[in-house]
Design a protein around this ligand. Structure first.
Ligand SMILES: [Zn+2]
Length: 203
């Protein structure tokens, strides 16, 4: 069992290798048939440019990864985190957002146009995503396109914090693991331009 602070260091070091072009683990082959012992759970966005195993330079079996557009937390993601935390014992949960997130951008644009998740012409599934990201959008009366870019970036961070809070407080199982077993839930933002992951203080 790897304690959360140590798990965090492994991810930081892996991202450092990735940024430096020194990725080491990608070609490692594992045959994990009977068991897995991932040391971290990552809830990330589905964006094709943000594959958690690659940007943290980790191999097969190292991380339990949940990906959904906009790294939101619905009961399904919460259940997946609970399942992994109980079944495999990782002590670190990372919510991973990223710059230029299309899901966040679509949500900001929808709300800036005066629509809501309910009134927007979207499928039920997409309304759910807009609704979850929408709680983190603060438009401050902004409507100019050049302001929306900044709002998207600040929303990415607020949305990560919101998902971290949802995981920390949305499950009595996880609250118990946090209180008694050293489970840590942290937020992070991946920068598409630099490849760097910045961990966000989420208190
Ligand atoms: Zn995204």
């Amino acid at each position: 069992l790897i304690p959360a602070p140590e798990a965090l260091e492994i991810l930081k070091e892996g991202n450092r290798r990735f940024v430096a072009g020194e990725s080491a683990e990608l070609h490692r082959t594992h045959k994990l048939v009977d068991n897995q012992t991932p040391f971290a759970i990552v809830l990330g966005c589905s964006d094709s440019r943000v594959p958690p195993e690659i940007i943290f330079d980790q191999g097969v079996g190292d991380m339990f990864v949940i990906r959904i557009a906009g790294n939101i937390v619905t009961p399904l993601e919460l259940g997946s985190v609970e399942f992994a935390a109980i079944k495999f014992g990782p002590r670190l949960v990372v919510v991973l957002g990223h710059s230029c997130c299309g899901a966040v951008q679509a949500t900001v644009e929808t709300l800036a146009s005066g629509l809501t998740a309910e009134t927007a012409d979207l499928s039920a599934g997409m309304k759910t995503i807009v609704k979850h990201i929408g709680v983190s959008v603060e438009l401050d009366g902004a409507d100019a396109t050049d302001q929306l870019g900044e709002i998207v970036e600040s929303t990415v961070e607020k949305n990560v914090r919101h998902s971290v809070r949802s995981i920390r407080t949305g499950s009595s199982v996880l609250e118990g693991l946090i209180a008694d077993e050293g489970l840590m839930v942290v937020g992070a933002k991946y920068d598409l331009a630099t490849g760097r992951v910045e961990f966000i203080d989420c208190d």
